[in-house]
Design a protein around this ligand. Structure first.
Ligand code: HSE
Length: 299
């Protein structure tokens, strides 16, 4: 019994929705092969493309599967996991989430689907806890459920999917510098101003309305983050220039992907998304920082 799954990269926060909104990309994504065995235990047999721990207690996929098995309560079952990483760890496009999500989706299939997709989100969050110290769900939820997702509440966990306009595309640039999610969370303020909060929840609500109405102007106006971006953007080379030039090139808007250093831009249509990719390239080529650019639909 063996299964191969595709685990998509994800963009968390989507500007205004810190820790609550996320979306799933077509590319990049990881692949995982999971085999069911009668020998109890979780074994990570190999990880290709990244230097990550094989010890299942220190690997997000191992920890996520363990969380699932604790609820499944079967004794004579084990799993061998092989991971092909295309999403760079520390990129801000949900690398740890892809491994956690892919692992629990694969194991659930091999067990005959005892859990719903929404239930799997909670197990995958344990992988996120290991990776960043915070069991945030805004990467694992879209990785498992697809499209746009919204975390209404963490306690109790209440997650819902959001309508994804067909013609909405994402362009992501990944500067090859590492920003640890735990560090990028530590620098945030614990208290915010009421005036900022009002702007932020106005934008979150309008983004959701814009997605349902397929109203690209409203989506564009809503892609604003007055709370997290002003602090984290200092970690990203040429962030403000990048954002400005991409909007001039036709992007609806964007921001930091997850906790960075990747930056995402949303566009209406593939042609605009490719123009934005070319603009990102123009801004980054002279900087002397290595980078990768991805153009993707959301699903
Ligand atoms: N919402 C999380 C954060 C996502 O911004 O810290 C991390 O990828």
């Amino acid at each position: 019994d063996s299964i191969k799954v595709f685990a998509p990269g994800t963009v968390a926060n989507v500007a205004c929705g810190f820790d609550v909104i996320g979306l799933a990309l077509n590319a990049p994504g990881d692949e995982m092969i999971v085999k069911r065995s009668d020998t109890p235990g979780i074994r990570i047999s190999a990880i290709h493309g990244a230097d990550l721990p094989l010890d299942p207690a220190k690997n997000v996929a191992g920890v996520a599967i363990q969380a699932l098995l604790q609820k499944y309560e079967a004794t004579k079952v084990g799993f061998d996991v092989e991971i092909f990483k295309n999403i760079h760890p520390g990129s801000g496009i949900g690398s740890s989430a892809a491994s956690s999500a892919g692992a629990v989706v694969a194991v659930n299939q091999l067990l005959g689907e005892p859990f719903t997709r929404k239930q799997l989100v909670r197990f995958a969050m344990e992988g996120e806890r290991l990776a960043s110290g915070a069991a945030h769900a805004d990467n694992v939820a879209p990785a498992i459920l697809g499209g746009f997702t919204l975390v209404r509440s963490y306690r109790p966990l209440d997650i819902t999917t959001i309508h994804t306009p067909k013609d909405l595309w994402v362009t992501v640039i990944h500067p090859q510098i590492e920003v640890k999610t735990s560090d990028a969370r530590e620098i945030l303020k614990q208290k915010i101003l009421m005036t900022d909060a009002i702007k932020q929840w106005g934008n979150v609500a309008a983004l959701v309305a814009g997605l349902y109405q397929e109203n690209y102007d409203l989506i564009s106006r809503s892609l604003e983050d007055v709370i997290v971006e002003p602090i984290r953007s200092i970690l990203i080379p040429a962030f403000h220039e990048l954002k400005l030039k991409c909007k001039e090139a036709g992007a609806l808007g964007g921001g930091i992907s997850g906790s960075g250093p990747s930056v995402f831009m949303l566009s209406q249509g593939e042609e605009n998304a490719r123009k934005v990719a070319a603009t990102m390239n123009d801004v980054y080529a002279p900087l002397g920082v290595d980078y990768k650019i991805y153009v993707s639909q959301i699903n």
